[in-house]
Design a protein around this ligand. Structure first.
Ligand SMILES: [Zn+2]
Length: 393
């Protein structure tokens, strides 16, 4: 019923790595893609003009249901015409369901079959999220890609606990699907004036595969999720503290079993190394706060590994952050200047470091796509990983 919301096609394959094209009603996205995180309706420290510029060219960004639900609240976003209009972003948006965030609240939340009651981390007020409420909020936000409301098991959870959680996720996925379909129908019934019922356009819905690090549970979760049927499939509950090789094992085992002709999304991942390793195992989409958060804490990601701008060794260094980066920050500013900005607490330090980090992540993905198309991915990956291990000097 929702066939037109997105279209996905794998256009090249190199080993298990895939390159493809994802069409949304807010533009075309080449995959594998890294999606910058715009938690509160802003990719922190980056103007939208920069995100749209040829230099970054971010085609899709994330919004967080949990954070937007608390501030500014659904009613304000509804009255401003949905998230695209509220933040003035004409390109694609993906929203998470809030499941991971409320789960992360720990003592501040109570999970039951009906949904999750939680206290705001800001003012302690009581709120409720369920599959149905999450679908309603995401319909109002009007994102191009909606995520089902899932439950995340702790990374090191035992089999029994992970199984209970995975089974609840499957039940919640079915409830998400049912409410989502209702909302989409209502949106369509109003003949384009969808805002009356809070749906600001046709949306796609992705299912989430859980099961912690247990491969049998991951397979069962995938089967049950595919049985319900979604526009794309995500691996959730990874990069939550487990070692990298454990995550790679889950991806390697699960990704090849995911529907071939639909997008595969690894949620919350990761470092440049993680991205390449997961692309090599067949993943198409990623999101992570690393480039933006690191930008605010003085960390630069470069082709020669991580660079801590606070370090005194850069005090007189006239070289750019990354000598092989073509971004506007690297073309203009020295490590010495960026360090000075950071040490003196100037807000421009965060802005410039975040810009470079995003440029590095997005450019890396661009080169990943090119190497897959030209059948050269394995060699590209090896050279990239080798160089990153050298470290900055
Ligand atoms: Zn740069």
């Amino acid at each position: 019923m929702n066939e037109s919301a997105i279209r996905f096609e794998v256009t090249a394959q190199d080993g298990t790595a895939r390159a493809g094209v994802l069409e949304t009603r807010h533009g075309t996205i080449e995959t594998p893609v890294f999606m910058p995180v715009g938690t509160l309706g802003t990719v922190k420290g980056v103007r939208f003009e920069a995100l749209e510029s040829a230099e970054l060219d971010a085609r899709i960004i994330l919004g967080n249901t949990y954070h937007l639900l608390l501030r500014p609240g659904v009613e304000i976003i509804r009255s401003c015409g949905g998230l695209h209009r509220f933040i003035s972003w004409p390109r694609a948006l993906l929203t998470d369901s809030g499941g991971f965030q409320v789960w992360s609240l720990g003592a501040l939340r109570r999970i039951a079959e009906e949904g999750v009651e939680f206290r705001s981390h800001i003012d302690g007020t009581l709120h409720f999220l369920s599959p149905e409420v999450s679908m309603e909020v995401q319909a109002t936000l009007g994102s191009d890609i909606v995520m089902v409301f899932d439950e995340c098991a702790p990374g090191q959870a035992a089999h029994e606990e992970s199984q209970r959680s995975m089974e609840r996720t499957a039940r919640w996925a079915a409830r998400s699907r049912a409410r989502f379909d209702e909302l989409q129908r209502q949106g369509m019934d109003t003949g384009g004036t969808a805002e009356r019922v809070g749906v600001s356009g046709a949306q796609a819905l992705f299912g989430i595969v859980q099961g912690a690090t247990h491969l049998d549970l991951r397979r069962e979760s995938l089967e049950r999720t595919v049985e319900i049927g979604f526009d794309g499939y995500a691996l959730g509950g990874l990069s939550v503290g487990e070692e990298d090789h454990v995550m790679y094992d889950v991806v390697e085992d699960t990704a090849p079993l995911m529907p071939r002709d639909q997008p595969r999304y690894l949620m919350g991942v990761g470092t440049p190394e993680n991205l390449l390793e997961a692309v090599a195992r067949g993943i198409d989409m990623f999101d992570c706060v690393i480039p933006t958060r690191s930008g605010r804490t003085g960390q630069a990601w470069t082709s020669r590994g991580k660079l801590n701008i606070k370090n005194a060794r850069w005090a007189r260094d006239s070289r750019p952050l990354d000598e092989s980066c073509e971004c506007s920050v690297c073309r203009r500013h020295s490590r010495a200047y960026l360090r000075h900005l950071y040490i003196t607490g100037e807000m421009l330090a965060s802005v410039l470091l975040t810009h470079h980090n995003l440029a590095f992540f997005l450019d890396t993905m661009k080169r990943v796509r090119q190497s897959i198309r030209s059948g050269d991915f394995a060699r590209f990956q090896q050279a990239f990983l080798e160089q990153i291990s050298f470290g900055s000097e």
